[in-house]
Design a protein around this ligand. Structure first.
Ligand code: FE2
Length: 171
């Protein structure tokens, strides 16, 4: 069975409305994995478009989440909202390019390499700029929750995702 991406509490921003969306996106990706991983696909036929439809729906849900997130940031006059919006636009453009490629190939199995690409894509968002926003958010609220609770290992993970994302976007 393919390795499923499941929610970890240390990924929480401690901002309920955003955590709820992030958790739902991870569950959606995990559900796609269960339904379309190579093991589940054995012997299946007649649903060549189903995986592409499910991926397209994931992209729509991500787009809606990013819009909600930007509205949330604007409501707090977050000064980094412009940079965050640019990063969101790049994430969506990256997803659109991947989906276009997968449609052209007639993708119908969600194999391990594609699982990794989309896990990295989603985690780059959750563990990257969103955590920077959370730090500012809690400073504005007079609390400093995220830094105190953020283990060193998680910070290393974030910086590795960030550099991976930067090199992907530089191509
Ligand atoms: Fe987010």
């Amino acid at each position: 069975m393919s390795k499923l991406l499941t929610w970890r509490d240390e990924w929480s921003l401690h901002i309920d409305v955003l955590d709820k969306d992030h958790r739902a996106l991870i569950e959606r990706l995990s559900d796609i994995c269960v339904r379309f991983c190579p093991e589940a696909s054995a012997g299946r036929s007649g649903d060549a478009m189903a995986l592409l439809d499910a991926l397209s729906q994931l992209g729509d849900e991500m787009r809606q989440h990013l819009q909600r997130e930007e509205e949330f940031m604007r409501a707090f006059d977050y000064e980094g909202v412009g940079e965050h919006q640019s990063e969101h636009a790049l994430l969506l453009a990256e997803f659109t390019a991947l989906l276009r490629e997968w449609r052209a190939e007639g993708l119908h199995v969600f194999d391990e390499s594609i699982q990794c690409i989309l896990s990295d894509w989603l985690l780059a968002h959750i563990l990257g700029a969103d955590r920077e926003f959370a730090d500012v958010y809690f400073r504005l609220c007079g609390k400093d929750v995220s830094n105190d609770q953020e283990p060193r290992a998680l910070r290393q993970l974030q910086s590795s995702y960030r550099s991976g994302l930067r090199s992907t976007l530089a191509k």
